[in-house]
Design a protein around this ligand. Sequence first.
Ligand code: GTP
Length: 324
Amino acid sequence: MKALVLIGGFGTRLRPLTHTVPKQLIPIAGKPVLYHVLDLLPPGVEEVALATGYKAEMIDAYVRAHPPKCPVRTVPEAEPLGTGGGMKNAGGAMSDPFYLLNSDVIAAVDLAAVLAHHSERGGIGTMCLAEVADTRPYGVAALGPDDRITAFVEKPEPEQAPSHWINAGLAVWSRAALDAIPPGRAVSFEREVVPNLLPQGLYGFRLARYWEDAGTPERLLNAQRMLFDDGRGGRGTIPRGALGTGPVAAAPGTTAEGASFGKYVTLGAGVLVEPGAHVENSIVMDGARVQKDAFVSSSILGPRTRVHPGHRVVGQTLGEAAEI
Ligand code: GTP
């Protein structure tokens, strides 16, 4: 079994941070989003092709320096090919069937069970579905008997949405799905290809526990909370000499003596949180500095950012090296 991970998007909803850091390398609950996605793959996956585009070199350098549990290979696109084009470009050596994962979804799912579900039904694909209240940003499935997907509409107006079950960005597809993607141009798999594949049998696999599309600052922080609550954030102990509850996932080389922490915090390497400062529900990336008596809540501080003494940062995303 092999896997294809789509990782070529621009991450526009996380700008300015994503001007310099690809979304998938932002650490949540102690490790980059991409590595939480790769953790979902069952043991025995032979190879993962990362269909890269935006900031492909950074992703390639990162996975070389920090090899994930399963062997990965990056397959860059010279220009953005969309989800379908990216699949076609990176899918040459895929197994039949293969796992297809978005690189920015945080979920509790047993992908081996999804594969079994797929094999039992014998269709062209099995798509994990998450139930959401607001379907507008997603692809929405209409479901028939045995959860066969009878219609699939990408980003419909609310009155046109056939259900509240949306494409969770985790699926098993037969190789034949790759053959259906037109070559040599940008293609949206969800808009241009998936609707045409329905007659060959596409089935839904309803996710029963948590799921989040970690594509906006609020959702990224929500995903971090879900991971910590599920015990996927490491030991979560606060740094030595600090006060408060945590959980905090701190990289080696953080200094936080005399600082305090609330729930759900990731601290990158070389972060300095000075005495009297407080951080909660936030991500503080490598080399950032939160100075004396500052207060940081529900925020993402990019690499080498600096929060001046006594400042309050609430609900903000700071791009690399920003000062406030
Ligand atoms: P936004 O710009 O904030 O919408 O984020 P995004 O660029 O990641 O877009 P979106 O979340 O809709 O993308 C879904 C998945 O497809 C993500 O895993 C993206 O990395 C991936 N993706 C989007 N466009 C491309 C592309 O052109 N090529 C490849 N290889 N992957 C893509």
